[in-house]
Design a protein around this ligand. Sequence first.
Ligand SMILES: NC(=O)C1=CN([C@@H]2O[C@H](COP(=O)(O)OP(=O)(O)OC[C@H]3O[C@@H](n4cnc5c(N)ncnc54)[C@H](OP(=O)(O)O)[C@@H]3O)[C@@H](O)[C@H]2O)C=CC1
Ligand SMILES: Cc1cn([C@H]2C[C@H](O)[C@@H](COP(=O)(O)OP(=O)(O)O[C@H]3O[C@@H](C)C(=O)[C@@H](O)[C@H]3O)O2)c(=O)[nH]c1=O
Length: 301
Amino acid sequence: MTENNQQKILVTGGSGQLATSLRKRAPGEVIIIGRPEFDFDRPKSILEALARYRPSAVVNAAAWTAVDLAESHEAEAKAANQTGPEIIARYCREARVPFIHVSTDYVFSGDKGAPYQETDPIAPCTVYGRTKADGEAAVMAANPESVILRTSWVYAPHGKNFVRTMLNAGAKNPRLKVVADQRGNPTNADDLAEAVLEIMHRLLSKEQGDALGGIYHAAGTGETTWHGLAVAALEDAVSHGQPFPEEVTPIATEDWPTPAKRPMDSRLSCQKLKEVFGVELPDWRVSLKRAVGEVFTGKSV
Ligand SMILES: NC(=O)C1=CN([C@@H]2O[C@H](COP(=O)(O)OP(=O)(O)OC[C@H]3O[C@@H](n4cnc5c(N)ncnc54)[C@H](OP(=O)(O)O)[C@@H]3O)[C@@H](O)[C@H]2O)C=CC1
Ligand SMILES: Cc1cn([C@H]2C[C@H](O)[C@@H](COP(=O)(O)OP(=O)(O)O[C@H]3O[C@@H](C)C(=O)[C@@H](O)[C@H]3O)O2)c(=O)[nH]c1=O
């Protein structure tokens, strides 16, 4: 799907990781909007932007993603993660255009002890997770044809993310401490963007059918801990001239206290995405190496 057949995919999320990756992957196909033009804190701006662009499809990559700060900013997190997405979903139903919304592994408690499936009960333990969970419910109620992609541990060579934080920290500080008892699936935003585009093309195609709406897990293949992710990124940085720190100490969650309690094990099973859309995200270790390379070669955006 390109400019040739005039599909205009409107992507919210301004300079965010996923929105930037979508612009990188399909510059002629997506229109990216962000603040101040499109602002969840000004609900009128949402419908105004949608009416202005009259998109063929919408991807909502905007969200309140500051997990700790959400604990003390629930109203703003709710506006961005629930109320705003609901307005977009309703617009898309009325305009009869496909809608992809993005959600998170943090809707789960992390107590299952095995990868979560879409049918597993949600039980968020943070304000961020709760507002995202409420957003999922609001989006599906407003527009059951919406596709919600739950992803996890997103990083990119651009934007604010754990991998870049660790690379910066490792360049300045010889001793790092990183939580080693929380498990999840790291996801390269470029891979997620690829998946979003593939799914959107299916939704836009004639043989779409209404039955594709629902929640899907879409995370990188393979799992690790935050410590495993940090060590892997720092190892990859060595071949780009950044020395490995003297120590990267694995620590327990209680030794890194945070305002928001993260799920201990939020691994996602992505089988449904593979079965329904034939989409599988690459192995996290391979994708991480690529992203770290792009950080150092400056080819990130
Ligand atoms: N980052 C992660 O680790 C994970 C993210 N997700 C989900 O994936 C999606 C994409 O995340 P990601 O790209 O990493 O997020 P980022 O934090 O990189 O970007 C989010 C963007 O949302 C926009 N935004 C925030 N508040 C508002 C607001 N009030 N009104 C309008 N725009 C706003 C900002 O755009 P602007 O440039 O305009 O300020 C920001 O750039 C989100 O739904 C997120 O919940 C899920 C799992 C993991
Ligand atoms: C910076 C740092 C963090 N940590 C810990 C804190 C925390 O338990 C864990 C992760 O750190 P962060 O706060 O960067 O990651 P966090 O913001 O929790 O990441 C989450 O973001 C949201 C948006 C999501 O949806 C999730 O999928 C997930 O990616 O690592 C260390 O142990 N050492 C460190 O130096």
